[in-house]
Design a protein around this ligand. Structure first.
Ligand code: ZN
Length: 404
């Protein structure tokens, strides 16, 4: 049942026009300009992380080129003619979608080269969409390069990849490059709202922001989380539902953990880990949540960044109180240590937070922190006057309780 519903949702909400692709307006505009000015390049390279609209945009481009409702390529494909529908269903003879991961051999590319000579059967162009193109073997890339060097006039290539650095420079130089962006949280929330309105399902803003945060800029991930939630909740989605469905640890647990760290309550800390493990939650996910939590405290402390976080008001206040109890240097240390712990997970979040904390470190503190407890004391004194419990020099990564 859930799968069926998901299929319906995903198909229903797949963008049909360039302007419907959320968060990639820069790309839509450039493509539309190219089409309406008649300067259509024969090879496009779409770069960006998964689930943010590369294949969707490639399909819209294919429709734009081959739509039968217009005599020439259009920026607003009709979506209803035979060609548009076939492309939407993936059954068009002239639009060939190839998964580079499973068709990565030189023979596969040779097949394309033989096939490409034939003129399109019902469209104006033959469009080859090669997904995950970085997976091609070296000999396959060489064969592809030959095709890109002298393509027949009716052939258009769209090469899509999550890993541009694995593509030979000779290929890149033959393509027009388009960099897809991760989608900002408010744009994802807006999209989710639109879908829910149409589906007549209620959801709180807190819930929608929680989904968008968890999706980390990926539209497809956000839609798939939403789909799970619809199956789980039916007509109304709450903040707590999002936590339950995603297996996230409740923020109250994060506050408790934070307090236990501040109070050096090791028994409590170990009990919290025990709770997480025994409730079957994923420990690496838990560490990421801790990292996200401390990142939030760091943002609150340094950037007056309430708006950056998109937290519900109550959470914001709770986090604010705790941020005040840490020194800046201790927060940076905590974030860096948890980031190191998660870096083994190959996480986008860990990379981003490591970068952010480095930026904060160099701009706010301007010195190497790890060597100097003396400097730390000086900073504390400078920030808070003299009413400070000074840190003990012998045990560095710890929370210092500051009494204002
Ligand atoms: Zn059409």
């Amino acid at each position: 049942m859930a799968d069926q519903r998901y299929l319906v949702l995903a198909r229903k909400w797949r963008p049909q026009q360039f302007e419907d692709v959320v968060g990639q307006e820069h790309i839509s505009r450039t493509l539309k300009n190219a089409i309406s000015s008649g300067r259509i390049h024969h090879a496009f390279l779409f770069i960006g992380s998964r689930g943010i609209g590369k294949t969707t945009t490639a399909r819209i481009l294919a429709k734009a080129l081959n739509c039968l409702s217009y005599k020439e390529p259009t920026v607003t494909p009709c979506g209803t003619c035979e060609n548009c529908r076939a492309i939407g269903e993936g059954s068009s003879i002239d639009v060939i979608e190839i998964d580079g991961a499973s068709n990565n051999k030189v023979e596969d590319v040779r097949e394309i080269r033989e096939n490409i000579r034939m003129v399109p059967s019902s469209g104006r162009y033959k469009v080859y969409i090669i997904d995950e193109v970085h997976q091609l073997s070296t000999s396959a890339f060489n064969a592809l390069l030959k095709t890109l060097e002298e393509p027949p006039p009716h052939a258009i290539f769209v090469l899509a990849t999550t890993e541009a650095h694995k593509i030979p420079a000779t290929i890149i130089s033959r393509c027009q490059r388009y960099d897809f962006r991760r989608v900002p949280i408010p744009a994802i929330v807006e999209l989710l709202r639109k879908i829910l309105r149409q589906e007549s399902i209620q959801a709180s803003d807190e819930a929608l922001y929680a989904i968008a945060r968890a999706a980390e800029g990926g539209v497809r991930d956000a839609e798939s989380i939403l789909d799970q939630l619809i199956s789980y909740c039916d007509k109304e989605i709450t903040f707590q539902d999002v936590f339950d469905v995603l297996g996230l640890v409740d923020w109250k647990v994060m506050h408790t953990l934070c307090d236990a760290i501040l109070n050096k309550d090791i028994g409590r800390l170990l009990a919290l880990v025990e709770d997480v493990v025994s409730s079957g939650k994923d420990l690496s996910q838990f560490v990421q949540e801790i990292l996200r939590y401390y990142r939030n405290l760091l943002v609150i402390k340094t950037a007056q960044g309430a708006d950056l976080l998109h937290l519900p008001e109550e959470e914001q206040n709770e986090a604010q109180q705790r941020a005040q109890r840490y020194t800046l240097t201790n927060l940076i240390r905590l974030v860096e240590q948890f980031a190191t712990l998660t870096s083994g997970f190959d996480s986008q979040l860990a990379q981003r937070i490591a970068l952010e904390s480095l930026l904060i470190r160099i701009s706010k503190v301007g010195v190497e922190l790890s060597v100097d407890t003396v400097l730390e004391k000086l900073l504390l004194l400078e920030s808070f006057g003299t009413a400070v419990v000074p840190p003990e020099p012998s045990d560095p990564p710890r929370a210092t309780l500051v009494k204002p």
